[in-house]
Design a protein around this ligand. Structure first.
Ligand code: PAF
Length: 280
């Protein structure tokens, strides 16, 4: 595996690969890799001739300074893990390399997708994500880029970004990878206390129960039920639960036959904010 710290060296190397008409798959990450990332990379590897992974903790997408400072940094371990899945190229830059010495967000219009759910609670988050993903896609110029569905809103926003800017890249979403007890894999899980880690599977359990209710109860009653369930839980604090249309991400007020819906949730387990979702 080749490791590059600068985009000029990376681009030089990729030029050599692309002249041979090889397809390039790209998996952008913020490191602290887990089995969810590795399964994404393994899948991308099957579908492309070469795989590029990036590890970059993007400062502009954090609205909370402490969350950024405490974001796990495990680069040496990540490099060993990437070798186990035969990753071809790792781009592990610093902020100045990605942002050309000007670490600020651009402002985007994602046709309202950015104002739903996470957008209401994380100020500027999707401008930060849009800025870095656009930069990374323009640096790597992959044929396909892969993202996990745990950040489903992010995935839809990146699809919109690529469409609006006419980037010739296919964006592929992959299902959430879960721990055996159902907790969605996330780099933040390593920061949970023992008690919070033991409590966290309650999130997915509640989503599954809400999904069962979706068939029988009216759509506005389910969020109220979820709020009540979390009020009873001593260690988890619900930030939001909403049932939304998969395409527009707008909260569903009634159910249309041909639309697809998901339940989306954000929960605080102590200081750690966890998100999850489920297809209804
Ligand atoms: O999902 C993530 O890890 C990040 O938001 C991404 C897409 C790598 C951009 O920093």
């Amino acid at each position: 595996m080749k490791v590059f710290k600068t985009k000029s060296e990376l681009k030089q190397h990729l030029l050599g690969l692309k002249t041979n008409d090889k397809s390039v798959g790209f998996v952008p990450t913020m490191g602290a890799l887990h089995q969810g990332h590795l399964s994404l990379i393994k899948h991308a590897k099957k579908k492309n001739d070469f795989i590029v992974v990036s590890i970059f903790v993007n400062p502009t997408q954090f609205d909370n300074k402490e969350d950024l400072e405490k974001y796990p940094n495990t680069l040496d371990k990540d490099i060993s893990l990437l070798k186990t899945v035969s990753c071809d190229v790792l781009y592990a830059p610093n902020g100045n390399d990605v942002y050309d010495n000007n670490i600020v967000s651009q402002n985007f219009n994602f046709d309202g997708l950015e104002h739903q759910m996470e957008g209401k609670f994380r100020d500027g988050h999707f401008n930060g994500v849009g800025t870095v993903v656009k930069k990374l896609l323009e640096i790597v110029e992959p044929d396909k880029a892969y993202f996990g569905e745990k950040d489903f809103q992010q995935l839809q926003i990146i699809k919109k970004l690529v469409k609006k800017h006419n980037l010739p890249i296919k964006i592929k979403g992959r299902p959430i990878f879960r721990e055996e007890d159902g907790l969605a894999m996330s780099s933040r899980n390593t920061r949970l206390t023992k008690g919070h880690r033991e409590s966290a599977p309650f999130i997915y359990k509640t989503l599954k129960r809400a999904k069962i209710k979706f068939g029988t109860k009216s759509v506005d009653k389910i969020p109220k039920w979820v709020v009540k369930e979390f009020k009873k839980h001593p260690l988890l604090e619900l930030e939001y639960f909403t049932i939304a249309d998969e395409k527009t991400l707008q909260t569903a007020t009634k159910i249309e036959k041909n639309q697809k819906y998901r339940g989306f949730i954000a929960v605080f387990a102590g200081e750690i904010r966890l998100i999850d979702n489920i297809r209804f």
